[in-house]
Structures are given as C-alpha cells and as structure tokens.
Design a protein around this ligand. Structure first.
Ligand SMILES: [Cu+2]
Length: 181
C-alpha cells in the first residue's frame, strides 16, 4: 500500500535534502574564507543562497507535505460558552497521514492533551508529530479566537486516540480521533 511506502520514501528525501544543505553550507563557508573581506559585501548582497541551504522546520514541513500522498485535513473547533466546553465535532475519523487542526473559537484558554495510556504504543509517535508542546503529548494553550494548532498523524497506526483540554477536563471537554485502517 502506497501509504506504508511513503514515510520511508519521505525520510530518505528529507535526509538527502539535509545532506545537500550541509554540503552547500560548507562550500559557502570555504568560499567565504578564501576570498577575504571583499566577499562579505557579496554575501550580504546575495542572502538568498544561504537561506536556501539551511533546513528550517518550515522547509522540512513543506518537503514532507509535497511528497505525502493526498493527506486530508480535519478541523475541530474548540468552544466554550453558556452551553459548555466542547470540541466540535468531538469524534472524527481519519487515516494515517491525515492532518488534524484544532481551531480556537471561544471560551479559552484551550489546549489538547493525549494521555500516554490512551495513546498506547503510538504515544511517542504522536508526541513527535506535535510540533508545539508544553509537555509530553500536551499542546500549548490557545488563548485567542482564530488561533489554531495542527498535528499531522504521520505514522500513527489505526486505533482510537482520546484527547482532552487540560483547563476544561473537569467540564468534560474531550474528543476522540479514530484512525481507520
Ligand atoms: Cu478548553
């Protein structure tokens, strides 16, 4: 199945991107060292070459997206008002490699946290996929309407993954992501 082949293919491409970046950086450093002080002016004139040789997290994310097989994105709203504190919808079905975005609508601060027990064997994978965290399996707090956080479910095996909002756990703000086979 192509979904199973894709991650190793992607990481191979990422690795070669990183290697290419390192090689180019060394070439750039060597050129700068040989050419003396005059080169510094040239370097300042052409910053784009050096920007392109660094593998920033943003570039890595873009490379991953461009090679991934058509990932779907599911949006879950975070709401808190007179009707209570909820994730809407509170249950979503996705596939491995799909992306879930939580969008802050009202009644914050909200966050999402998976319990290590609920995540089971996938806990480390999910934790790794969470780019921004305030703790293991726990996202930062979203304070303002319009803020969002996104977690790709890369390499997460089929299963049921429960999550909750730490500030509103007592109010029952919980949800479930079901990764279908
Ligand atoms: Cu909340």
């Amino acid at each position: 199945m192509p979904r199973h082949l894709a991650p190793s293919d992607t990481s191979r491409r990422l690795r070669s991107l990183v290697v290419a970046g390192i090689v180019l950086s060394f070439v750039g450093l060597a050129l700068g060292a040989c050419a003396g002080p005059r080169t510094q002016v040239n370097l300042a004139d052409r910053p784009s070459r050096f920007v392109a040789t660094r593998s920033t997290p943003d570039m890595v994310a873009r490379a991953r997206r461009s090679t991934a097989p058509k990932a779907d994105t599911v949006v879950i709203e975070m709401r808190g008002d007179a009707n209570g504190y909820v994730f809407a919808p509170d249950t979503v079905h996705i596939h491995t490699g799909d992306v879930v975005t939580w969008k802050m609508i009202s009644g914050g601060p909200h966050n999402i946290a998976f319990s290590r027990e609920a995540a089971g064997d996938a806990a480390d994978v999910i934790n790794r996929n969470m780019a921004a965290k305030m703790a293991y399996l726990s996202s930062p707090l979203l304070m303002n309407p319009g803020e969002a956080l996104t977690v790709p479910f890369n390499d997460v095996p089929p299963g049921t993954y429960e999550f909750h909002c730490i500030p509103h756990l007592a109010m029952g703000q919980k949800g479930v992501i079901i990764v279908d086979p």
